[in-house]
Design a protein around this ligand. Structure first.
Ligand code: SF4
Length: 249
């Protein structure tokens, strides 16, 4: 048994590799819409940078700006901001929805069981954190409900945080984006929040000039084992897409 087979076994999925090269190239259709339009500029203050400020930042300035950001109310309840982690020149950019309790405490994205599953997914793709991979979220601060439980970020919170992600993408210059879950997918693609992830899978979307593949969030996959196989199909699509993108670059 190969290492990949062992890893896929750990994911409880079998290899579902099917060559879709012709289909894939056909999927590279012109982008239906641009990445989200800039939100109205926020008033500037020491910790409230304008969109234009953020768009001009280098990596260190961007990290510092996120660490003290007050652009939305999520700043009030966070323990730490979660900027993201990995290779700042990665070919692969994985985007989730937002930090949970563990991430908020540690300042790292995707820790705990969902993070372990994401690591297994990366390993099955012969990738690993910190090497040609950057992992971040739509919002950099933990959203919680009235009882203190994790919740999805609102569209307003996602819009407030979007300039940071846009600048991360501009600085990293990845070859491919992978949207993990619905919030990441609908935010990056500017789609109706009510749309199902299942209807966005299986297609190569565009984020500006970049290919974008949608798959399930690892936290969802922990609850829905039946969809792990579909997630592997999405990752195969992403690997084929990245190979084409790298060849065209
Ligand atoms: S979620 Fe984003 S916009 Fe809101 S306070 Fe945190 S870093 Fe700022």
């Amino acid at each position: 048994m190969t290492r990949r087979d062992q890893l896929l076994g750990a994911l409880e999925i079998g290899p579902q590799w099917t060559r879709r090269q012709a289909d894939l190239q056909a999927d590279f259709a012109p982008m239906a819409q641009s990445p989200g339009a800039p939100i109205a500029d926020q008033p500037a203050s020491a910790d409230r940078h304008t969109d234009a400020d953020i768009a001009a930042m280098d990596w260190d300035a961007l990290q510092a700006a996120v660490a003290t950001c007050t652009r939305c109310d999520l700043c009030r309840s966070r323990t730490r901001t979660v900027f993201g982690s990995g290779d700042p020149k990665a070919a692969w950019l994985f985007v989730g929805e937002g930090p949970g309790r563990n991430e908020d405490q540690q300042g790292e994205p995707f820790v705990g069981p969902a993070g372990k599953l994401l690591d297994n997914m990366l390993a099955a793709m012969s990738l690993r954190r910190g090497r040609d991979v950057f992992i971040t979220n739509i919002v950099k601060c933990r959203p919680t409900d009235a009882t203190g439980k994790d919740r999805a970020p609102t569209p307003e919170e996602a819009a407030a945080c979007r300039p940071y992600l846009q600048r991360q993408i501009a600085l990293i210059q990845p070859q491919i984006l992978v949207a993990l879950g619905k919030v990441a997918a609908v935010t990056l693609l500017a789609r109706d929040p009510g749309i199902a992830v299942s209807s966005l899978r299986g297609t190569v979307h565009r984020y500006g000039p970049l290919p974008l593949v949608v798959t399930y969030h690892p936290a969802y996959l922990l609850r829905a084992l039946v969809d792990k196989r579909k997630a592997w199909e999405d990752l195969c699509l992403a690997m084929e897409t990245r190979t084409i993108a790298a060849g065209a670059g």
